[in-house]
Design a protein around this ligand. Structure first.
Ligand code: FAD
Ligand code: NAP
Length: 338
């Protein structure tokens, strides 16, 4: 059995898709649960703050992390097929996109709209990943992981995870208190298409709708408008879509003709990209960072940018949107560092 290796003063730039310069005082890649427990005990003894990462596609890293960074690289999956559903247990370090491809190959359905989302399976519950009308919450059965409070591996039901719109308990009460080691999904054995998004419907015109066609269509749309982090470092959507009251929406819509609206459980969801576009932010550049020319929700590090520069741009956008529309934009990625 290999031993746990903990590196010192490690460069984190290759571990975040925004390519922000950052370092870890200590760093370990975790590929067994024994190593995870050992690393957590080690950090606790030394009273070091802990940062858990997967693919680094939804984090903003600032400066030097003063404690231990654990990159979750646990691999493996198990499947048990039932009549209507198959139970699929996936180790947290598995690549999400590869999991979607595998599920379709196994004739298991549900994840096709979630293709090409970067990152790991273990990070998917953190913000309840979603795209094109589908959310992880529709397929999550349970999450297993190490609870820093209970000092052992425990299971949380999907309900315990309190999944919401790009949200979960892991962004609140359990933020940085729970290391996910496995997710358990209940995937459908029968295909049930979700084609509510106009761009997807349009792409699927003509011919029968299959899960493979949805996957290909979503992949093609995403590739046509989203920058590839390997070429233009980014973290996907930088802001969540705001949800406003019906009265606020009516007031905004009277002043801003064409403002789209989508019913959300707690109000009316307004696309943040539309607000940014209307406010003239699309394609704007400030120093080394900027707003993507095709998709205003995506902030880019053009090279040489750091977290401070990026967060300054984000704050300027937030202040402008607040001033123009009276709408508060919330950051989607988690920020780490001093
Ligand atoms: P990281 O960025 O490494 O971590 C994200 C958060 O999860 C951090 O707070 C981290 O501490 C925590 N974390 C990670 N792994 C674990 C673990 N095992 N246990 C406990 N905590 C953990 N998101 C969507 O929802 N929908 C999209 O369509 C979408 N499209 C994207 C497109 C692009 C081009 C990019 C760059 C990002 C996109 N994202 C999207 C955001 C991102 O891909 C997802 O949030 C993804 O789930 C992050 O996975 P990760 O492994 O990279 O997580
Ligand atoms: P889009 O299809 O151009 O839609 C624009 C906005 O309208 C999106 O914010 C979407 O909300 C909303 N929308 C459109 N049709 C809807 C419907 N029928 N019901 C409810 N809401 C609807 O968006 P896009 O920017 O190209 O992204 C496509 C999908 O990929 C979206 O679901 C988006 O969330 C997801 N995505 C996420 C990230 C990320 O980092 N989080 C990055 C890229 C893409 P929602 O955003 O709530 O779906």
């Amino acid at each position: 059995m290999n031993t746990l290796s903990i590196g010192e003063n490690i460069d984190l730039q290759p571990f975040n898709t925004l390519a922000l310069p950052a370092r870890a005082r200590y760093f370990a890649a975790i590929d067994t649960t024994d190593h995870l427990t050992e690393a957590l005990n080690w950090a606790q003894t030394k009273k070091l703050p802990l940062l858990v990462i997967g693919g680094g596609s939804n984090i903003i890293l600032r400066g030097t992390w003063p404690g231990l960074v654990l990159q979750i690289a646990l691999q493996g999956k198990k499947m048990q097929r039932g009549n209507e559903h198959a139970s699929v247990t996936v180790a947290a370090g598995e690549n999400w996109h590869a999991l979607v491809q595998w599920s379709l190959h196994e004739q298991l359905f549900g994840l096709e709209n979630l293709t090409l989302i970067p990152g790991t399976a273990g990070a998917a519950p953190i913000q309840n990943i979603g795209a094109y009308g589908v959310e992880l919450s529709q397929f999550l059965h349970a999450v297993r992981g190490y609870s820093l409070d209970e000092k052992s591996i425990i299971e949380l039901s999907a309900e315990d995870c309190r999944l919401g719109y790009r949200d979960s308990i892991f962004k609140h009460a359990l933020r940085d208190r729970f290391v996910i080691t496995e997710v358990v999904l209940a995937l459908r054995t029968q295909f049930a298409p979700v084609v509510s998004y106009p761009a997807l419907r349009e792409k699927l015109q003509g011919g029968a709708v299959t899960a493979q066609r949805i996957e290909q269509a979503v992949r093609a749309i995403r590739q046509s408008k989203l920058p590839n982090p390997a070429q233009l470092p980014n973290a996907g959507s930088f802001f969540k879509n705001p949800v406003v009251t019906a009265a606020h929406y009516a007031e905004l819509a009277a002043r801003h003709i064409g403002l789209p609206q989508f019913q959300a459980p707690n109000g009316i969801k307004v696309p943040a990209a539309w607000l940014l576009d209307r406010a003239g932010w699309k394609g704007q550049r400030r120093g080394h960072v900027g707003v993507h020319a095709e998709q205003a929700l995506v902030l880019i590090n053009y090279g040489g940018g750091d977290a401070d520069e990026l967060l300054e741009l984000a704050q300027a956008i937030q202040a402008d949107v607040q001033h123009r529309f009276g709408v508060t934009l919330e950051l989607e990625p988690n920020v780490y560092g001093n």
